[in-house]
Write a protein that binds this ligand. Structure first.
Ligand code: IMP
Ligand code: MG
Length: 183
């Protein structure tokens, strides 16, 4: 039998942010972005897979022209610890010179992923470059990142749901929660 959402939810120790709270905050971020980019076309660079749900919900609430590029960056390799190495296959067509770029990811943790992508984008001399994340973990970064838009600041613990996974699971949870530690 396929696990139901109730089934996935039952693996959570607790829900940190329920679906309605996330949607409300995403709407606020969209409003802020629409004001900041008014009169412009936004070149969105979205980091997948984790950012998929955030980006999809967010962009549908921004009533401005958008170009969308996706990247699959990974610094996590299956567990809850970052490997310290970030791999970012760069799509051939991704050039942002002179464009107004909005770099989006699900969560800012060590900063290595966003830092790596941000630096690659900067090399191309965009007209502007802003960064948005749904979550930011309160911790010491391995790379400092100035974030322009942040949904929620959370403490330094491993979360799943709304795009974020543990070993490939839990991305489709509509809420964000903390897993029950293995006994
Ligand atoms: P960073 O490079 O350490 O900042 O990690 C960023 C990436 O690691 C994010 O794009 C997520 O995909 C993943 N990540 C970081 N923290 C978590 C977490 O608590 N749960 C799930 N994925 C996470
Ligand atoms: Mg990610």
């Amino acid at each position: 039998m396929m696990p139901s959402l109730t089934g996935l939810r039952s693996d959570l120790d607790r829900v940190l942010l329920d679906a309605a709270v996330i949607q409300q905050r995403v709407a606020e971020l969209a409003t802020q972005m629409a004001q900041d980019f008014a009169g412009k076309t936004i070149t969105v660079v979205a980091i997948l897979d984790g950012g998929l749900f955030f980006v999809a919900d967010l962009l549908r609430q921004i009533d401005l022209p958008v170009r969308l590029h996706t990247l699959s960056a990974s610094s996590y390799h299956g567990g809850t610890q970052t490997s310290g190495e970030v791999t970012v296959p760069w799509p051939a067509g991704l050039t942002v010179r002179g464009q107004d770029v909005l770099l989006l990811d699900d969560i800012l943790d060590s900063g290595l992923t966003l830092g790596t992508v941000r630096d690659r984008l900067r090399e191309q001399s965009p007209a502007s470059l802003r960064i948005g994340v749904l979550l930011s973990k309160k911790r010491q970064r391995r790379q400092a990142i100035a974030v322009d838009y942040m949904g929620f600041e959370i403490k330094d613990e491993f979360v799943v749901g709304y795009g974020m996974d543990f070993q490939g699971r839990f991305r489709n949870l509509p809420c964000i929660g903390v897993l029950t530690p293995p006994s």
